[in-house]
Design a binder for this molecule. Structure first.
Ligand code: SF4
Length: 437
């Protein structure tokens, strides 16, 4: 801990999704702008006076992890190892009164939209001139790039609109300014995120304007990859695929959570789409961008999901052969519409259904990867892991998708560099290759 006179040192701890990572980076940029020492998830607790925990309140497991983290740091405060504990983010937005009464030795609880107040509490001022500037917590060569906040969709299982509010797009001018700032600090890959990426612009431009934004970002010097995460199926703006075909620095990659396929489930989930529309959309996207990598996310065990609903989804996953897929058990979240329904699928049945889906997907991923042996890909090197360099192709997002493994004993690369890699071997979720000059 620092002496009385010097400015406090702040340790920012981030839980949850890439949108929370973005928000923590904005907070850290502001703290740095106030000449405060700031670290992200300091390994040594004694390094900091104040801990700010940016929590997640999405589903059960994530909520529990946030609560455990708050308890861990408030215990350290009791032991006198840190001075202040500040809690912010989605869990705090959603359960502030409960948290205040149950974990009362936390100095302050803030919501998802209280940055100026939070800064004041730790003796800093909100600096408007720093808008668009961040202190990255990811490797500097890639950055999560939040283009909008909140969501207007009525998905019955989802608590996010309760924590993040209505959809608010950032302007193209502000986003281009932010992209230039990041590129000037070494960022080469922008990973576009929002709750509903494809809703972009409807609020401020009166039309879906993601394609226009993509072209502006594609013109920013130094940006070599632009990746799209969290697209929504209904009202999907097909013109973003034209921008993808036009611009080589827009990755042929699309993450679009579809959640389910049976009409019975899609209707109850209030997804505003149907089985046939989703199937047609996937075909249209693959027709327009033939080598696109499609990622999706599914939920198993939603209230009322019958064996037949589940088998329909399992067959569809087998037929559709997504390049990347994540699957989660349904979480019964208070104040969501689905919470009025009976959570009637037993937990072990939910987990067994997820396992069945992921088993099928593992087989698909293995087969798809076998087809890549002998091919050459542009690879961005993310890190070193023992004797290996680990990187990604344009078809892979960090943390969630496949990786490319290079033997550092025989190959040379630098973190943040793009290298050409010839694939020599492939496994379920990893490719092994050699750098070719
Ligand atoms: S679009 Fe996503 S964030 Fe919005 S309500 Fe649906 S699931 Fe939640």
């Amino acid at each position: 801990m620092s002496t009385q006179m010097s400015r406090p040192r702040v340790n920012v701890v981030t839980l949850g999704c890439s949108k929370n990572i973005h928000d923590s980076e904005v907070l850290m940029g502001q703290l740095k702008g106030n000449q405060m020492e700031v670290v992200h998830e300091a390994s040594n607790i004694q390094e900091s006076d104040i801990v700010v925990i940016n929590t997640c309140g999405f589903i059960d497991n994530a909520k529990q992890e946030s609560i455990d983290t708050i308890l861990q740091y408030s215990a350290l405060k009791e032991e006198g190892k840190i001075n202040k504990v500040i809690v912010t983010g989605c869990l705090s937005e959603r359960y502030k009164p409960e948290l205040q009464s149950e974990i009362s030795n936390v100095d302050a609880y803030f919501g998802t939209n209280d940055l100026p107040e939070l800064l004041t509490t730790i003796g800093a001022d909100y600096r408007h001139e720093l808008i668009g500037e961040r202190l990255l917590s990811t490797p500097s060569h890639f950055s999560y790039f939040k283009i909008a906040e909140g969501c207007n969709r009525p998905c019955s299982f989802c608590a996010i609109p309760l924590m993040r509010g209505k959809h608010v797009s950032k302007s193209i001018d502000d986003l281009v300014k932010e992209a230039r700032f990041l590129a000037s600090n070494g960022t080469k890959e922008l990973i576009l995120i929002a709750q509903d990426l494809t809703y972009y612009g409807l609020d401020i431009y009166g039309k879906r304007n993601l394609a226009d934004l993509l072209r502006h970002l594609s013109d920013v010097d130094g940006i070599e990859w632009i990746r799209l995460q969290y697209a929504y199926p209904s009202g999907f703006p097909m013109d973003i695929l034209d921008a993808m075909n036009e611009r080589s620095n827009i990755c042929n990659y699309l993450d679009m959570p579809l959640q389910h396929i049976s009409d019975n489930m899609l209707k109850s989930m209030r997804r505003g789409t149907t089985k046939q529309k989703q199937i047609d959309l996937v075909h249209q996207i693959r027709d327009k961008v033939p080598d696109i990598a499609l990622r999706t996310t599914l939920i198993c065990g939603y209230p009322g999901e019958t064996e037949q609903d589940f088998n329909e989804m399992l067959e569809w996953v087998e037929e559709t052969r997504f390049d990347r897929l994540g699957c989660f058990t349904y979480s019964h979240e208070e104040k969501t519409h689905a919470h009025t329904l009976a959570d009637d699928v037993p937990q072990e049945e939910k987990e067994s259904r997820v396992e069945q889906i992921m088993e099928v997907q593992q087989g698909i991923s293995y087969e798809v990867n076998q087809g890549k042996i002998g091919q050459t890909f542009k690879v961005l090197v993310d890190r070193v892991d023992g004797d290996y360099f680990i990187g990604r192709t344009e078809y892979d997002s960090p943390e969630v998708d496949n990786e490319v493994v290079l033997d550092a004993r025989t190959d040379y690369a630098r973190i943040g560099d793009f290298v050409q890699v010839k694939v020599e071997r492939a496994e379920d979720f990893d490719l092994y290759g050699k750098v070719i000059k």
